[in-house]
Design a protein around this ligand. Structure first.
Ligand SMILES: Cc1ncc(COP(=O)(O)O)c(C=O)c1O
Length: 405
């Protein structure tokens, strides 16, 4: 076991558990004084009622193993959503088209499973005779690093800080490193900073991946939660570039869009060969999406009203944050997602103080980052705050954060 990679190395919640272990929470500003958990990005409101109804209606499906490629209805509903969301013509989804649902789309339990298994499915043992490199934005969602380690690759963390517009500049890396790169992930809108890549930035990355022959995984699980403008998607960028998804896998899910992280329902869309590779690995060591879940997911991708309400909920919370925090802690309204990325001086000390004196749990920014070559952790000064509660709790919690820090 000694040379086994530590897949927990970058798992932030174990570290947060150790940081707060044995520390009693203070009384929070919630009505009952109970702790307010702003550390985890878990929507606190319910998905539409029809989810339970669809699942009940398709209960006979529980006795069957999930089909590897899901159902035709699910693949078509997800593809139709892609066309609507990104303003693409129906011809893109025709047989042999870029988004042909039979070849380009794979139902998945979520982006998390997809991102983990995609690394295992596509990263070779060696890249130009050397240990393959996986490029990861810094800060990052922990799965990117865990997946790279599980695949035996070397994670290389690329700064996505205020100076770089909170997005990584992969094109600026040493060409020798890019030659060793087998895989790369971009999250847009990003967690935790909420920065959305432009059409040009997405196209630049797609072009870079093809030039250096690496796979690029686009994590777009926050694509429907945005403040001012719908963020551009990788599929949209590829359609405008040359109509091909070569070297690309794009991940979407209902967890944030439909407030249903427990449903475990999403998909990957991409180059058919990569989709096949991912599907093959899942068939051996993973799980598909159960039939009743696919039925509920089909309805959710078809329905947009609940998404508009959901987006309005988060927008209202960001408006509260803007009013309560003003320009403190480097506050900026993010392009998308539901997090605040606040510069508080010492993120770990702030997390301890907020827990002990105000019963508010937040995540130290350092736990979402890796040290760079200079030994510096770009998240040290930050905390991540998830705005997932209702407006009143959000307002009370942010007010207390302002007082305590
Ligand atoms: C950036 C990012 N990617 C992926 C996920 C996983 O989401 P899913 O429920 O779709 O697996 C999360 C969840 O918090 C996330 O923040």
């Amino acid at each position: 076991m000694t040379d086994h990679p530590d897949l927990q190395a970058y798992y932030p919640f174990s570290r947060l558990g150790r940081l707060l272990d044995g520390l009693a929470p203070g009384r929070s500003p919630a009505d009952d004084g109970a702790p307010i958990l702003l550390s985890i990005g878990e929507p606190q409101h319910q998905p539409p009622k029809f989810v339970a109804e669809e699942i009940a209606r398709h209960a006979a499906g529980w006795s069957r193993y999930p089909p590897a490629r899901g159902t035709e209805a699910y693949r078509e509903a997800a593809t139709a959503w892609l066309l609507r969301r990104y303003g693409l013509p129906p011809s893109a989804a025709a047989t042999g088209g870029m988004l042909d649902p039979a070849r380009a789309l794979l139902p998945l339990p979520g982006t998390r499973e997809g991102l983990f298994f995609a690394a295992l499915a596509t990263i070779p043992r060696s890249s130009n005779g050397q240990r393959p490199v996986v490029l990861i934005p810094n800060p990052f969602y922990h799965v990117y690093a865990g997946a790279a380690l599980a695949a035996g690759a070397e994670p290389v963390f690329v700064r996505a800080t205020r100076e770089t517009g909170f997005l990584p500049d992969f094109a600026a890396l040493d060409p020798a490193l890019l030659e060793r790169t087998a895989y790369c992930t971009l999250c847009s809108p990003s967690n935790p900073q909420g920065a959305a890549a432009s059409l040009e930035q997405l196209q630049e990355l797609i072009t870079l991946a093809r030039r250096h022959d690496f796979v690029v995984a686009f994590d777009e699980c926050y694509a429907e939660l945005y403040n001012d403008r719908p963020p551009t998607g990788a599929v949209e960028a590829a359609a405008a570039l040359d109509g091909s998804l070569d070297r690309m896998l794009v991940f979407h899910s209902l967890s944030k869009r439909s407030s249903a992280p427990g449903l475990r329902c999403g998909f990957a869309v991409g180059e058919p060969g990569l989709v096949d590779a991912l599907g093959g690995v899942l068939q051996v060591g993973g799980a598909g999406v159960p039939l009743p879940t696919l039925a509920a997911g089909t309805r959710l991708w078809q329905e947009q009203d609940h998404v508009e309400r959901n987006r309005a909920h988060y927008r209202a919370n960001f408006a509260v944050a803007e009013r309560v925090l003003g320009n403190r802690f480097g506050f900026r309204k993010p392009d998308g997602g539901f997090f605040l990325w606040l510069e508080v001086g010492d993120g770990e000390a702030a997390a301890v103080e907020l827990w002990r004196s105000a019963g508010i749990k937040v995540l130290p920014g350092a736990y979402m980052c890796a040290e760079d070559e200079g030994g510096e952790n770009p998240g040290n000064a930050y905390i991540r705050v998830a705005l997932v509660y209702d407006r009143d709790v959000t307002e009370a919690a942010l007010g207390r954060i302002g007082e305590v820090l």
